[in-house]
Design a binder for this molecule. Sequence first.
Ligand SMILES: Nc1nc2c(ncn2[C@@H]2O[C@H](COP(=O)(O)OP(=O)(O)OP(=O)(O)O)[C@@H](O)[C@H]2O)c(=O)[nH]1
Ligand SMILES: [Mg+2]
Length: 383
Amino acid sequence: MSTIESLRRCYHCGAVLQTEDPSKGGYIDVSVVREHTEKEVLLCDACYQKQRYNRYPAGAKASKDFLTMLKDARASDAMMVNVVDLTSFECSFDPAVSELINGLKMIVIGNKRDLMPSYRDEDLKQYIVYVFQEYGIEIKPEDVFLTSLLSSSDITPIAEEIQRRRQGHDVYIIGAAGAGKSLFLQAFLNTYRNPSNHAVGVSQYYGTNLNVLKIPLDSSSYIFDTPRSELSNSFARYREDVALQKVLFTDQPFSNKKGSLSKGGSLFISTLARIDYLLGQGGFSFSSHFPEKVQLKTVSMKKDMDALFMKYHEKKALKPHASFIHSIMDYDVFDINVTEIGRREISIAGLGWLSFKNEGETKIRIYVPKGIGVYSGKAKGHR
Ligand SMILES: Nc1nc2c(ncn2[C@@H]2O[C@H](COP(=O)(O)OP(=O)(O)OP(=O)(O)O)[C@@H](O)[C@H]2O)c(=O)[nH]1
Ligand SMILES: [Mg+2]
């Protein structure tokens, strides 16, 4: 009589587990099979890696109500004033939003210019165009305006441009949490005289639960300030952590520090994030851009880097303290494989960025609190 053997399969992808050929599906290291009983659930090595590493970083996600509002805006051929935080907008794109706003009349306000004085205006405008294009939104450098709305609120040229471009249509101010929408609106109101009998006020947007500020532009059109996104994938989501927000929402230029890591070494960005240098040509030299009061620490290869990182966290040895982190499992971990040659950048939503020159293949592992966005792309040019 022949025997029937039940084959073990990967719990995640369903591939039949095998220990012979790492290049084929379902491969699992033989030691893992030996260490686990027949009854335990097993993952093939590829799926195991994906469980902890290489998952996509959290994307920005607009609420259903917000999308309903944008559909309405699109149907009425409205104009978009898209406010972005220049220091951190790369992770703020929701594909559903991009699709709805692409092709509409649009200007982009690149705000918080004051935080990055070493960059040239033209380079920043080009960079915004490049990132928007990466997300499928076509804009030109002349659609981009740079502002420092915290310190200077004269936006007369921008207000005039909006009036000129909107062609009688409504205007929607959109942008990620903390980008500067409300400051923009305040600055706009400084230049504003109500030309209608309608009052300026907050009301519920038709068909949604959103409370929007409505400012009449003439007897039949309005400018809408849309509310903060509750679904932020940036550090702006930790609103209740006042001490942290004080450090991150700064009026001092980001500090630009040079540093380097040897293979296996790590950069602790306080304990808000961590970057490990896994693989590359020689050492990893970088230029870091974070708010001045975020303390950095470089560490050379350690047997148990996670334990050391958590020790720094528990002892509050680096500032600002990440009060919402309780263990290493509160971080998402991603591997970034950079193969494009030239100046590249890795940015962490709402925190800052690292730029570096890539000369071959560089492999970096990044730890961020769960739900925080991470972006890897071409670097912004700077002097
Ligand atoms: N340094 C600097 N900080 C700014 C600038 N604009 C905004 N900020 C900071 O960012 C914070 C948020 O600005 P808001 O105008 O409230 O942003 P918002 O887009 O309305 O944010 P939500 O309503 O939460 O979506 C401000 O309180 C400032 O601390 C700027 O030009 N420079
Ligand atoms: Mg606001």
